[in-house]
Design a protein around this ligand. Structure first.
Ligand SMILES: [Zn+2]
Length: 327
């Protein structure tokens, strides 16, 4: 398929529903809300404390608005590739991805998502999502490679059809850059390993990466109430102060939770890749990779120690290792 033909086919997808509406497997419920709040560290009592919620403006328990998408996700079914292939014929989004893969754009990365919340959800609410392919860009050259941006818009509704909220989701389906050919003899040009994705750097997080480059694991601290927070952000979630400094963490902590990434493969990352959420001893949490343990050997509560390690010739990251016993 040549480029004009590909782009004409792509345009034909715009405006299509990606498939039939998807009803969330479970109604909004207190158990999932509690698990979410624990994982996020959100202690707002209107989500989990019936008495406090009853006395609030809500008059009863409500779900965190940011859970909106969680109510309609399919869980493990999403990881079943065979099922995905069976659904390719009915799911326009998967068909679109397949088309671009065949056309030489095999890689995919999510680039941004926005959500809006029309009303609070309460236990017992049912959530039905309707997703439409909203827009497809022309061919774009990006830092990752040449590709197409695919935008979908999901509207979440209750069974009566009333809107609960919406989400836009943009992915880049792209052809990764070829590794630069060695034009001149250059020892650094030996078969280049694909590198990890780079974080977007800005005013709010450059200082943290500068710390890593200097061998320090820094944790942002509110200058008014002393609360630690990570990842870096401009405002304290407890007292709304924008004054902050940082402390240097020892990097010691215990595994709070973890996942093991098997799929999809991403250039620069080796799978299976254990990703751990660690309660640092200083009192906040950090997500990083775990080395030195097979996935089956990882345990919640395991003591770990972060070391700052080079991922490639310019990027360093904290990586957790099992702590020496007795430490
Ligand atoms: Zn504060």
């Amino acid at each position: 398929m040549d480029k004009p033909e590909l782009e004409a086919t792509l345009r034909g997808f715009v405006g299509r529903e990606t498939g039939p509406p998807v009803e969330g497997p479970d109604p909004v419920n207190e158990v999932m809300i509690r698990h979410w709040c624990e994982a996020m560290g959100d202690a707002n009592p209107v989500y989990t404390d019936r008495d406090a919620a009853a006395a609030s403006v809500h008059g009863g328990l409500v779900a965190p608005p940011t859970m909106l998408q969680a109510w309609s996700m399919r869980g493990l079914a999403m990881a079943d590739l065979r099922q995905q292939q069976d659904e390719t014929h009915s799911d326009q989004q998967l068909a679109l991805h397949e088309l671009l893969t065949q056309a030489g754009f095999p890689s995919v990365v999510a680039t941004n998502s926005e959500q809006g919340y029309t009303r609070y959800l309460r236990p017992g609410d049912r959530v039905i999502s309707h997703t439409v392919v909203e827009a497809i860009s022309g061919e774009k050259a990006t830092a990752l490679g040449i590709g197409y941006f695919l935008d979908t818009r999901t509207i979440f509704r209750d069974p009566a059809g009333d809107e609960l909220g919406w989400m836009t989701f943009r992915v880049l389906k792209f052809k990764p850059h070829a590794q630069p050919a060695a034009a001149a003899p250059d020892p650094a040009a030996a078969p280049a390993k694909p590198r990890r994705l780079r974080p977007p750097l800005g005013h709010d997080n450059q200082w943290w990466w500068d710390g890593i480059a200097a061998g320090e694991l820094r944790i942002q601290r509110c200058r008014d109430c002393g609360t630690l927070r990570h990842p870096p952000r401009p405002m304290c979630g407890r007292c709304q102060s924008i004054a902050w400094d940082w402390v240097v963490s020892r990097g010691a902590g215990a595994i709070h939770s973890y996942v093991v990434l098997h799929h999809p493969p991403v250039p620069g990352y080796e799978v299976p890749l254990p990703v751990v959420l660690v309660d640092l001893d200083e009192g906040t949490r950090l997500v990083a990779n775990l080395a030195g343990r097979k996935p089956a050997e990882i345990r919640i509560g395991m003591r770990v120690q972060a070391r700052i390690e080079a991922m490639d010739e310019e990027m360093k990251l904290p990586v957790f290792h099992p702590a020496e016993s007795g430490s």
